[in-house]
Design a protein around this ligand. Sequence first.
Ligand SMILES: *Cc1c(COP(=O)(O)O)cnc(C)c1O
Length: 494
Amino acid sequence: MNYISTRGSKERVSSAEAIKRGLAEDGGLFIPEALPEFSLTMLTRWKNMDYRQRAADLLKLFLTDYSEDELKACTAAAYSEEKFSEAAIAPIRSLDRQHHILELWHGPTSAFKDMALQLLPQLLTKALLKTGENSQIAILVATSGDTGKAALEGFRDVEQTKVVVFYPKDGVSEIQRMQMLSQGGSNVAVVAVEGNFDDAQSGVKEIFSDAGVKQRLQAKQIRLSSANSINWGRLAPQIVYYFSAYIDLVAAGQLTLGEKVNFVVPTGNFGNILAGYYAKQMGLPIGRLICAANPNNVLTDFIRTGKYDRSRAFHKTISPSMDILISSNLERMLYYIADGRCELVEGWMKSLKEKGGYDIGAKLLQKVQDIFWSEWVSDELTQETIRKVYEERNYLLDPHTAVAWQAGEAYRKTGDETPQIILSTASPFKFNDSVLKALGVAATETEFAMLKTLAAKTGWTIPTQLAELENLPILHKDICTPKGMQQCVEDILQ
Ligand SMILES: *Cc1c(COP(=O)(O)O)cnc(C)c1O
């Protein structure tokens, strides 16, 4: 299976090459040149497989230049019992026949990014071998919280790689900061930037596009790369849990094989929900994909009107991992909606860059709406949802998952009673401040004290890796200005 660009250049590359490069030469995203089918008969075999085997079984359809043994080694290392606190890796909790919660946060950083960022480094190191790459790969990450820690955990002590994470000095939560500053590993660096997330992100982009930096690093046999969610190696692992959740529900007698389900996905960069779109195209019986957004509702507007318009106020919300106005992975969905007419995709992306938006027109909008539905949820309603679901069902939602729950309820009001699988993307303990407030407890303490308060109030167990954070030594103390980031990277990569 080869990979092509969404923007239509003639280049065709192997999956290893696509994973190594991240982005296609013409600025587009890599997609598989054909979509493999995964029948329900094939899926039935999964009943007797653990998550690692399931992942290898699905990925071999996409990553055909990897051997089965290689894929098994990759998934075994990524989804190990040491790293995930639940043997099922992505367990599903059925609250009733209509509401099934897929918990994607049992990995080392307590958020769903682990599902992909544990596996990407494994796939990448194999890709380096396959493509004869001798250089060290330096992963640069600008983070607003979750991605940085997940990348650090995924790449720690992975051969031939280094990872440098920049975070806004006063722009992450106390828990997120401690998660990063206590990070162990011989190949990791964490630097606070005196600025906001945009400063850190722009700084990283500038380093990537600086020819001088590239040349100097090349002389030292170092190649820059990113762990951003546009990398195919981050997207493909996410397709697995859609199939895995479905077969788990069949095995549990909650669904009959072939019955339709809807997935509700809290969405930011459109990576998670796009994986669901792939699952649907490959044959999983999905009715609708419900795209849940917060007040940064650019995707809701797009799915309702066909017009993408990023020119709007940016809102800081209590579901910060969805605070995003440019959903990069949407480009892959547009490619399929446009039946592979790359010139259309290219035009829209150009218009997005130059005019801040684009319009796909009524005909293509209809195709989008046949598959996707969207609702956005205010912070107030998000907190109300956390409280209500906790009181009525004794289940604790984090704010991102609560946005999804509420969007799912709004969709149900359209009359579609299909069972819903709600993707839960973070442990409630990771956002304990907002969760406690939602439960009516004034958040006056430090975040570490609040962990205990939330546990005492609900009887839920604090994830070990969050419980022990407070007492870990701080291993990273570097601070730099946005202008100083480049020098900082070159010093670290000495
Ligand atoms: C990253 C993230 C999301 C958004 O996922 P996308 O793939 O960017 O759409 C949602 N919730 C949490 C907790 C996240 O970390």
